[in-house]
Design a protein around this ligand. Structure first.
Ligand SMILES: [Zn+2]
Length: 718
């Protein structure tokens, strides 16, 4: 939905409610009693709650009355969505009248934020319930509300009256005094309108509507094509590798991915070439999508779609982003060459007559190196990282850094959409900051994605009180069993820390407007607080405090923690290069059109410039790159967020990852503002210097050198 002004705001987070329960953790309902009790007494309430298998029979709190999803009494049943939707429409109408009234008393930005809040609170909630509620009746009612509210948003996006009032206020100043934040937020609302072409003539506005519809459809078509398996005749493959693939009854072979785990060089090569082979239809869809995006951007007054997509971001402009990527590209080859040399040696050891290292070898040998270099038994290591221990560790970390505490809260019958969801309150001393609903466990029909949904954004209300934020974190972990809790692999631990970084961004935001609260900022800056949390998850001092064996309560030896942290850093340059290549391709495709050649020859030239392994003739990686749709010119966000997070880590937390002084400063100067301060200024003020593209690249390169040194040292110590 990146093509509708107000809606961007409305849906950049989604959320929702659900179904039943309040849980009381009772030892007798968990695993073997002695085990459970030991956990409870030594680990505290968070660990006990998250490590315990829930018993439905004991989940209700009998002394409290029933409520609805997220504690909203209207949502005791699915009909409530109708009520919420009707009220939203009525309230929105009153706010529209207020904006266009000749004797309004409040600034336009304030009224717009009220309007956006009315819409978001229903749309985000409904969108989440539509995706997450296991009961079809709720999901359908929520879908209905989503459709109604997005219809209303489309009407508002073409409402000349409210646009004119807003434009006048931005250009001539509003009736009441405005702060920088007031001005910025009014400007952001105005830009959202203009991205929808409201300022254009009738004919062009119609063109914008047509283009948006077509872009939506082409995007869906392209995404679906990205994951299509490819079927080839059996005799295309050499006989000795045919049985490594799925063979249909008629002898045809189905290739549905890269076979990155196959020890056979030949199988990996065949899989890569077949899976990424050019596909004319998919090329046509992508070309049409890029052309329509370019036309849309031009119509709305931008040079390219990239310029439209990164307006108000940390990256600021495609030119800046291009410089950042080029600067990285110039410094990576020597560093990556060392990784490739190590991989080539591994390849030669298995087959002295092997071909040179190629694109299909990199994922395989990276996995091999991680699995074998430090002779770690990762399954055993996971036993020290139960979900409960990780949550307790996060709580300890947040207490040290920000002085805030996570507390498992009882829920009322009807409040949740699934019985194994936990509700956490986040408290600063005794003051409540907001709520995080933790929807962590797999269940049939649940979307398979880790994500953060804003259900209700924080903001100052007209009566002077603060509207506390409410978010949902969704993960897909196996639930705890009767005999063991949920155990986290190193990458799922990273994901948990990452998502909690988003949640704390929402909880600690104290913005005047919900339009810019927490993660409601530019895509590249929104990933900074979450990426920063991954640095904590990879630091030996943090992991030394977070780990504890779920049965014995023992800690991991220090040497094992060092090895674990070093494992995550193997071939970091190669990983960076892959991200650089994808980001550059995304920028290139969303730049000036027509492209200098066809869409695949452009990929070849991007690969030559940004990658050190040769392009494989006949392949077309971009046709499988579905992020071109969702990110559209913003895929660089991950790299840029990583470089800013790296700079913040090095500047503030590397010396002491538990420092309350550093945490307090970061909370006040970065997290509290959300998107209420331009993100490049916010980062520049925090670090004490503006981060130019070259410096952003330098932060990543410096970090890479540190990582490589740490891996070498850890290998030398073995
Ligand atoms: Zn994220």
């Amino acid at each position: 939905m990146d093509n509708r002004g107000l809606y961007i705001i409305v849906t950049c987070n989604m959320i929702r409610l659900g179904g039943m329960v309040a849980r009381r953790v009772a030892c007798a309902n968990m695993w073997p009693i002695e085990l459970a009790c030991r956990q409870v007494s030594s680990l505290g309430p968070l660990a006990a709650a998250f490590n315990t298998k829930q018993n439905v029979q004991f989940k209700f709190q009998w002394n409290q009355s029933k409520t609805g999803l997220f504690g909203l009494p209207e949502l005791k049943d699915s009909q409530g969505f109708h009520e919420l939707k009707e009220r939203c429409i009525t309230n929105a109408e009153a706010l529209v009248q207020e904006v266009i009234s000749s004797n309004r008393k409040r600034n336009v930005a304030v009224i717009f934020d009220d309007l956006s809040d009315e819409l978001c609170r229903v749309a985000d909630l409904a969108e989440f319930i539509r995706l997450a509620h296991p009961d079809q009746e709720f999901a359908l009612a929520a879908q209905d509300a989503c459709i109604a509210v997005s219809g209303l948003v489309e009407q508002l996006n073409t409402h000349i009256g409210i646009y004119t009032a807003l434009k006048q206020a931005v250009e001539q100043g509003d009736i009441n005094t405005e702060s920088d934040v007031d001005k910025l937020v009014a400007k952001l609302f105005l830009q959202d309108f203009q991205q929808c072409g409201i300022h254009l003539g009738d004919k062009e506005r119609e063109d914008v509507v047509v283009l948006n519809d077509r872009i939506l459809r082409l995007g869906q078509q392209f995404s679906a094509g990205c994951h299509q398996p490819r079927v080839v005749r059996g005799d295309v493959l050499p006989p000795q590798i045919r049985d490594m693939f799925y063979v249909e009854k008629n002898g045809n072979i189905v290739v549905s991915g890269q076979h990155i785990d196959s020890p056979s060089d030949m199988a990996r090569e065949a899989a890569y070439k077949i899976y990424y082979w050019r596909d004319q239809q998919q090329e046509e869809v992508l070309s049409a999508l890029l052309e329509d995006r370019f036309k849309l951007a031009k119509l709305c007054g931008y040079q390219t779609f990239g310029h439209r997509a990164v307006a108000n971001s940390l990256g600021q402009s495609p030119e800046n982003i291009g410089n950042f990527l080029s600067s990285l590209a110039s410094q990576l080859p020597d560093r990556v060459a060392k990784d490739h040399m190590a991989m080539s040696n591994m390849k030669r050891r298995t087959n002295p007559m092997c071909s040179p290292l190629s694109m299909w070898d990199v994922p395989y040998f990276s996995g091999q190196a991680r699995g074998t270099w430090f002779s770690l038994d990762l399954e055993k290591v996971c036993e020290y990282f139960s979900l409960g221990v990780a949550m307790e560790g996060l709580n300890e970390l947040f207490q040290s850094l920000y002085g805030v505490e996570l507390v498992v809260e009882d829920t009322r019958e009807g409040e949740l959409w699934a019985q194994d969801v936990f509700k956490l309150s986040v408290k600063d001393s005794s003051k409540l900051l907001g709520h995080i609903y933790c929807d962590f466990f797999k269940r049939p029909g649940k979307p398979h994605q880790d994500c953060h949904f804003t259900i209700r954004g924080g903001r100052e209300k007209s009566d002077g009180t603060y509207q506390d934020p409410m978010v949902v974190l969704m993960l897909n972990l196996p639930p705890p069993g009767w005999r063991s809790p949920t155990l986290l692999s190193p990458s799922t631990l990273d994901n948990l820390f990452h998502e909690m970084g988003h949640a704390m961004h929402s909880m600690l935001g104290r913005t005047k407007y919900q339009h810019v609260t927490g993660t409601r900022c530019s895509t590249d800056f929104a990933e900074v607080p979450s990426t920063l949390m991954e640095y904590f998850a990879s630091d030996p001092r943090v992991l030394a405090r977070v780990n504890r064996h779920y049965k014995t309560g023992e800690k991991l030896p220090e040497q094992t923690i060092q090895k674990l942290c070093a494992t995550k850093k193997i071939f970091a340059g190669t990983e960076l290069q892959a991200q650089l290549f994808y980001s550059a391709a995304d920028q290139h495709y969303h730049g000036r059109l027509p492209l200098p050649g066809d869409i695949t020859s452009c990929l070849e030239s991007v690969q030559t410039k940004f990658h050190t392994l040769p392009y494989i003739p006949g392949t077309a990686y971009q046709l499988r790159f579905s992020h071109l749709v969702g990110y559209g010119a913003r895929y660089y966000s991950y790299l840029m967020a990583r470089s800013v997070a790296s700079a913040i880590w090095q500047h503030s937390f590397q010396a002491d990852p538990f420092s309350g002084d550093a945490g307090g400063k970061y909370r006040r100067e970065c997290l509290e503002h959300g998107g209420g301060k331009a993100s490049h200024l916010l980062v520049g003020d925090f670090l004490g210097e503006q981060m130019e593209p070259g410096q952003l690249a330098a932060a990543l390169i410096q970090e890479l050198d540190i990582k490589n040194r740490e891996v070498e040292e850890a290998l030398a110590c073995q």
